[in-house]
Ligand binder design. Structure first.
Ligand SMILES: [Zn+2]
Length: 164
């Protein structure tokens, strides 16, 4: 489907500062995406189904799919990649919050305008949530996003929020 999307990626040199294995960084991105998805729908006064989320690579070499409570990392070109492993070279995790309507109906522009507010609100929400390692009110259920999603999501936000 062709649509418009709000997205951001983390420069690789910043990512190296995160002392987490790649799988946990993807968990952190998953948690971040969950939280941003929910906050974005509130900000846009839209339904959760009006927008959707995806984690992928800036170069489009892989993406994370969610399906019935489980997820898989899917290379866009399975022939080249020979499986679901993600090479370090291709690791530019990118978070997409996209308009769920063909062609887009303007949500992405609004989200870009609110980028800094969104990130700050996301950080606040995760910080004040009393849960231990993630819940449906912040980064999502642990079974869906992984047990370290909450910590890693905060570490990612600390890296990218300006003036921190
Ligand atoms: Zn929580």
């Amino acid at each position: 489907m062709h649509t418009t999307s709000y997205w951001f990626t983390i420069p690789r040199d910043l990512l190296y500062q995160l002392n987490y294995p790649q799988a946990e960084i993807i968990d952190g991105f998953s948690g971040l995406a969950y939280c941003l998805h929910h906050l974005s729908s509130m900000l846009l006064m839209a339904d959760l189904r009006d927008i959707d989320r995806c984690i992928g690579d800036k170069s489009g070499e892989w993406y994370v799919r969610y399906h019935q409570g489980s997820r898989s990392i899917t290379p866009f070109s399975p022939v080249d990649k020979g499986g679901a492993s993600v090479g370090t070279d291709a690791f530019d995790p990118t978070l997409f919050i996209f308009d769920a309507y063909p062609g887009g109906i303007g949500f992405s522009d609004l989200l870009y305008e609110k980028h800094n507010d969104l990130l700050n609100a996301t950080r606040r929400l995760i910080l004040i949530c009393p849960c231990g390692s993630g819940c449906p009110s912040c980064v999502g259920p642990t079974l869906e996003v992984g047990p370290s999603a909450k910590n890693v999501a905060l570490a990612i936000l600390d890296l990218i929020i300006e003036g921190k």
